[in-house]
Design a protein. Structure first.
Length: 371
């Protein structure tokens, strides 16, 4: 093992220990892969990406360079990797696929001269893409095979209030990029992504309406209620938590620190949480391992993630891996998908080698292991 690898592993151990030292303990080695953004639009196609670049938008370090709706081939290859590995109970490796239930209906918004917002269920969005029309069936096949378990991420992955105001004012390149069926601002990746951020706390009541509607769609499409919720960009107001509990949400997925809105974009109050901590009837599930090859391709994500898993197990915590959809998407760049799947394959192989008694579970199963 090289000196650089040793340093990466040591740093991963130290950072993970800060997260894992507090909170409830579990007496089994549980591994959860939480993967966000399934169902959400980003860049519709390679042609659209090329159009962005021609308009002078630098996408070299942007998630919009690779992120798109998963194609049928993307799903098939991901499910194949997951299905190759089984835990001590005979359960396959799986991802908790945190789903965005709807996307903007661009045609209707434009027809109404940007004065009103309209959305379409993500199942309708899929029908507009060339290799995606039957993907809901693919999702359900993945669920049946035990490799793909949807949970609720939000109705849409866009701050409706801010995006619509920008469209109405025709700010920057927002309307130009709107014509490509994307909410990309062309300036920063996350300009409109924080769905439950607010400029005024009065918006919280509307966020409740949106979330309830999204949960309704979730149950209609999948046939069961989501037991967990992950706010887009880890940004939500604590006043939503009692409401989420009333919607039968048991777990809030997130990082060690919640980004509590203050009324200003990208200026948040940090609220630290620990695993199993309970508030207003919901518990926090803390992501303590990270596997994001698309975000930083030069990094050795397998070794760093293994070190974080080891820390989680040493502190009797579930190993909760944060790994966004983008890592497994090849609709725009097959190279991006192939790298992510190769690393995922190596990671799962090493996990079973190091911890043969590991259990692969999804976030909605977590309560079964908590006394």
């Amino acid at each position: 093992m090289s000196l650089r690898t040793n340093l990466v592993t040591l740093k991963s151990h130290i950072n993970a220990a800060k997260i894992n030292s507090k909170g409830l303990k579990v007496n089994q080695k549980l591994l959860i892969v939480e993967s966000d953004d399934w169902g959400a639009i980003r860049t519709p196609s390679k042609d659209v990406l090329d159009a962005f670049i021609k308009k002078g938008i630098d996408c070299s370090n942007s998630i919009y360079k690779n992120d798109s709706l998963a194609s049928a081939n993307d799903l098939e290859l991901l499910f194949e990797v997951l299905g190759n590995y089984k835990d001590i109970d005979g359960n396959t490796a799986k991802i908790t696929a945190n789903a965005i239930m709807a996307n903007p209906d661009f045609d209707k918004i434009k027809e109404n001269n940007f004065q009103s917002y309209f959305y379409e269920p993500f199942t309708e969005t899929l029908k507009k893409y060339p290799n995606h029309q039957n993907n809901l069936n693919s999702w359900k096949e993945g669920m049946k095979a035990g490799v793909f378990q949807p949970q609720f991420h939000g109705r849409e992955h866009v701050n409706i209030n801010r995006w619509m105001k920008a469209l109405q004012k025709n700010e920057g390149k927002v309307r130009t990029l709107f014509d490509y069926n994307t909410t990309f601002s062309g300036v920063g990746d996350y300009s409109f992504m924080e769905s439950y951020d607010w400029d005024n706390p009065s918006e919280i009541e509307n966020h409740k309406i949106i979330i309830a509607d999204g949960l309704r769609l979730f149950k209609e499409i999948f046939g069961f209620e989501s037991k967990s919720f992950i706010a887009p960009c880890y940004n939500w107001d604590s006043k939503l938590e009692a409401f989420l509990a009333n919607q039968n949400i048991e777990w809030i997925q997130g990082l060690r620190s919640q980004l509590q809105p203050t009324g200003t974009f990208d200026n948040y109050q940090l609220k630290k949480h620990s695993f199993g901590q309970k508030n207003k009837g919901v518990k926090y599930n803390i992501r303590n391992c990270f596997f994001e090859p698309s975000m930083l391709p030069s990094k050795n994500w397998v070794d760093s993630c293994l070190a974080q898993i080891q820390s989680a197990f040493l502190f009797s915590k579930p190993a909760v891996i944060c790994s966004h959809r983008i890592n497994f998407i090849g609709f725009i760049s097959e190279k991006n998908r192939d790298r992510g799947l190769k690393d995922l394959d190596q990671l799962l192989q090493q996990v079973l080698k190091k911890w043969p008694d590991v259990k692969f579970i999804s976030t909605d199963q977590l309560s079964n292991y908590i006394k």
